[in-house]
Design a protein. Sequence first.
Length: 501
Amino acid sequence: MTVTELVSYEDALAAYDPVMGLEVHVELGTKTKMFCGCATTLGAEPNSQTCPTCLGLPGSLPVVNATGVESAIKIGLALNCEIAEWCRFARKNYFYPDMPKNFQTSQYDEPIAYNGYLDVDVDGEVFRVEIERAHMEEDTGKSTHVGGATGRIHGASHSLLDYNRAGIPLIEIVTKPIVGAGDKAPEVAKAYVTELRELIKSLGVSEARMEMGQMRCDVNLSLRPQGADKFGTRSETKNVNSLRSVERAVRFEIQRHAAVLGAGGTIIQETRHFHEEDGSTTSGRVKEEAEDYRYFPEPDLVPVAPSRAWVEELRGGLPELPRVRRNRLREEWGLSRHEMQSVLNAGAIDLITATIDEGAPADQARKWWMGELARRANEDGVELAALPITPAQVARVCALVKEGSLNDKLARQTIEGVLAGEGGPDEVVTKRGLKVVSDEGALGTAVDEAIAANAAIADKIRGGKVAAAGALVGAVMKATRGQADAARVRELILEKLGVEG
C-alpha cells in the first residue's frame, strides 16, 4: 500500500470509526540504572556504562532502584491511578541483540499503577483518556545499522551495539482503548502525548525530550465500521518521537486501514515503522501476543510493596500539575482557552513564564515568543525552546522597547542578531546601530525635509485631513532607516503644520 493509494481522510472517517491505544515509554532521569549501579550519563563512550548485571552475565543479581520506584509512584498519582499495595517484576522473554540476557525485566499482570486517566483539551472540547496501567521496566540497548540506505537492518552490512542504554529505568504508560474521538483522533493523540510530556516534566522525573529518545510513543490503531461495536485488527507504529509525528502517524494509519478494508483486504496485526520525511508507515514484523513472551515472575527480585504512608507523602509533595497551572496562568495572562491552547501547542508556556520572571510584561513576553520567535522556529523546523535565545534576552528586548530605545521593527532586528549569534540584545544594538533616533534636533530636521519634499500632502494635513500624516511619518521613518519613534514623528509633523492631533 503506497501513499498514493490512500483514501482521503474524510472518506475514511465517513465509513469507519477509529480506535486508538497509546503506549508511551518514558526514560527516568535517575543517576543510575534500574537494576544496577551503572551511570546513565547521556552521550558517554559506547559500552562504557555497563556491568555484569546490565550485560546479563551469569551469576549477576539485580537490585531495584528506589528512586525509580518513587518516580513511578509519582507518575501514577499524577495520572489519577491507583497505586498497588503489592506488585512484582516479571521476565519478558524474547531474543533481541540489544538485550543481551534475552529477557527484559518488566511488569506484566501486576503493575505498580493502574486504572487512571488524563484529561486533554482539543479545540475547547475535553477528552478523558483512560489509563490502563503505568509499569516499571528497563530500556534496551541501542542498535546502529551500518551500510544500508535507510539506517534500518534491512540492507545493512553490519550492526553496532551500545549497551549503555540497556537497563535505564523506563515507565511505560498504556491507555485503555480511546474511542469516540472521530475525526479528531489525530489531534487527541497529539494532545494526550503533549499533556503527558508536560506532566512528566513538571514532576521532575524526566526531561522527556522526544528528540533524544527520552520519551517515545507507540501508536496502536484500528478501524471499525461506523455503528459497529467490535474493534478491528490493530497495527502498532513503534517509537514515534515527536508530537507532530504522533498526529501524522494516526492520520496515515486511518487512511491506510480504510484503503485496505475498502478494497476488501485484511489488516495484519503487525508493528510498523514511521517515516518522518513523508509521514508514512511501513511494515516491521508480525506483532506478538502477550503469551508469546512467556512472562513469569522475576525470581531474583523481591516484590515491591510501597507503604500507604509513603504513597500519601508522595501525593502531598506533588507539584502544581500542568492543567491546573495552565488554568491559573490563563487567568493571570488574560487569555482565552483557544489562545492558551496555542501557547501550549507551541511549547511556549515555560518560555513565556521565564521571560515574565525576568521582568517582562506578560503581554509582551507572549507577543515575542508566539510571534517573531515562533515564526523563526517554524522556518528552521525546530522546537521553540531550541532557538538560540534565552528568556532573559527576550525580557531585555522588551525592556529596551519599553524605555524607548527600540521600536518593534528594531526589536525584530535585535532578535535576529541574537539568533545569528552576534551577542546579547545590548551588544547587537550597539554593533548594528539600532537605537531609536531620539535627538529632537535630528528628528526635527528629518520632519522638515519630509514636509518640504511632500508639499501637497502637507497642504492636505493643514486642510484637516490628519490621516494623511501617515505618508509623512513613513517618509521620516524611511529617512531614519526605521530608527525614529513613529509616534513622536507624528506629533512633530502636526506641531510644525499647526494642526491639532
